[in-house]
Design a binder for this molecule. Structure first.
Ligand SMILES: Nc1nc2c(ncn2[C@@H]2O[C@H](COP(=O)(O)OP(=O)(O)OP(=O)(O)O)[C@@H](O)[C@H]2O)c(=O)[nH]1
Ligand SMILES: [Mg+2]
Length: 457
């Protein structure tokens, strides 16, 4: 038996100036807590109807705010418990005073994510949906928003459910083998079961393959601007950021430290980093800046390597480009408004895309803004919006482990391992898939997940 939950409360809206703020109360005592902070109302309140109320401090009787209160009786509420929402005036003081009154009346301040955790524990949503709630609150790009809404509407949960059913169907076919008298031919040959398992393995791999890009949707992909001093990196940084954040001068070596901004390009999230121009130098500060640039380059998801249009790449630049062979690179030809002197030849690396830009005329900027999402979020850009996407490492680990179990099952059948032994792998795959939506999930996983929520969610 779980202990009886207490009644929790928190301000559920963002702090700061705004017309309205909502204090949310959830738990078995929520209606009583409301009764203690209001006067002149008939209790219990009619379900799901907005009622005007004066909120009072239960000790002093002082009116602290006028508010609309709504009662959502259990189980038809966000958490599944009795929930009362008190929507009063916004700002800093009113919501704090309403919350204080509610706490004095017997509620406890909620922990971050505690409302959603209760919703999960009461079967109102599964873990994927709970994570989607967080992504909706925190997400700053349309692409993440789209994936989160899809998860909230059970798109991913549904897909996980289908895959789980398919593994269970394999288990059922295998069970026939165990029951069957030796002399009769069993209904489905093992080879057919193995073949069917391969299909499930492919489907799991396909879902798992959405994870690297899906996880990047939450973090933002790292674009690092690099190149020799004075080629126009900071100018391009400002143009892509849409504001003059970095200093621009005609003096080589202007940028010393790395500068980072979040930008959304084509609805996809990026972290754009401007760096110190790369060159040999004895100057201490500049040298440090270059080391920072090199660190960023190692973790870049894509590098914008800048060199002026009007000249050929130097041998150093060529060597640098070649050294980046793991990371996607765009060769950005800067200052494209200037006359090209003669023909350029000999580009650095095969398959490196080249874009000519000018921050003076705006040439090439749109092309770059389209190219970057297509490079980094290739799978997501090409996929239909309704395709489920894994957006968390936790989900990806579980799906990959389900896939590994299915592959181990196929290998075991091939090696002639007895079916009853091989079927342990299928059980493993089922429980890995169940852990994605949280059929059985340890307290520590829940703690980790819900702690990242804001209070009031
Ligand atoms: N004509 C023209 N000049 C440009 C363009 N982009 C940058 N510049 C000029 O080139 C010079 C250097 O620009 P920055 O953006 O500071 O170059 P950087 O690569 O950040 O230089 P460091 O920080 O020193 O490494 C400045 O005088 C800019 O005005 C462009 O598209 N066209
Ligand atoms: Mg600069």
């Amino acid at each position: 038996m779980l202990p009886q939950p207490d009644t929790i409360a928190a301000v559920a809206t963002a702090p700061g100036y705004g017309a309205l703020a909502t204090v949310r109360i959830s738990g078995p005592e929520a209606p009583q807590v409301l009764r203690r902070v209001t006067s002149g109302m008939d209790h219990p309140l009619p379900p799901r109807e907005a009622c005007l109320a004066e909120i009072r401090d239960p000790d002093s009787g002082e009116v602290v705010d006028q508010a609309l209160v709504i009662h959502f009786p259990s189980p038809a509420s966000y958490t599944g418990e009795h929930v009362v929402e008190v929507t009063g005036h916004g700002g800093v003081l009113s919501p704090a005073m309403v919350l204080e009154a509610v706490l004095k009346a017997g509620a406890r301040q909620a922990e971050p994510g505690e409302f959603t955790r209760r919703a999960y524990l009461n079967g109102k949503m599964d873990l994927v949906q709970a994570e989607a709630v967080l992504d909706l609150v925190e997400g700053r790009s349309r692409a993440l928003h789209r994936a989160a809404v899809h998860q909230l509407e059970r798109g991913l949960s549904h897909r996980i459910g289908q895959l789980r059913e398919q593994v269970i169907a394999l288990e059922a076919l295998l069970a026939h083998h165990l029951d069957f008298p030796e002399e009769d031919e069993p209904p489905t040959p093992l080879a057919t079961i193995g073949h069917q398992a391969e299909g499930v393995g492919v489907a799991l791999a396909r879902l798992g393959a959405t994870a690297p890009e899906g996880v990047l949707l939450r973090q933002g992909a790292l674009i690092v601007l690099a190149g020799a001093p004075n080629v126009g990196k900071s100018s391009l940084f400002n143009a892509l950021a849409g504001e003059d954040r970095a200093l621009v001068t005609e003096i080589p070596g202007t940028t010393r430290d790395a500068l980072e901004v979040e930008v959304s390009l084509g609805g996809y999230p990026f972290r754009l980093v401007d760096t110190a121009g790369l060159r040999e130098t004895d100057e201490v500060v500049e040298r440090l800046g270059i080391e920072v640039a090199e660190r960023y380059l190692r973790s870049a998801d894509v590098v914008l390597f800048c060199a002026e249009t009007a000249r050929e790449l130097t041998p150093e630049e060529g060597a640098f480009l070649a050294s980046l062979d793991e990371t996607p690179v765009v060769l950005v030809r800067t200052k494209g408004d200037r006359r090209t002197m003669g023909t350029r030849r000999g580009e650095a690396r095969e398959g490196v895309q080249e874009v000519t830009v000018s921050t003076v005329t705006g040439r090439g900027l749109e092309q770059l803004q389209k190219l970057l999402p297509a490079l980094v979020f290739q799978g997501l850009v090409q996929a239909a919006p309704s395709v489920p996407v894994l957006t968390r490492e936790r989900q990806a680990v579980a799906v990959r482990s389900a896939e590994a179990e299915v592959l181990a099952f196929i290998a075991a059948l091939r090696e002639g391992v007895p079916p009853e032994v091989a079927s342990a792998h299928l059980k493993g795959a089922v429980s890995a898939l169940e852990s994605v939506v949280g059929v059985v999930t340890g307290e520590d996983v829940l703690d980790h997940l819900f702690r990242s929520f804001c209070i009031g969610k």
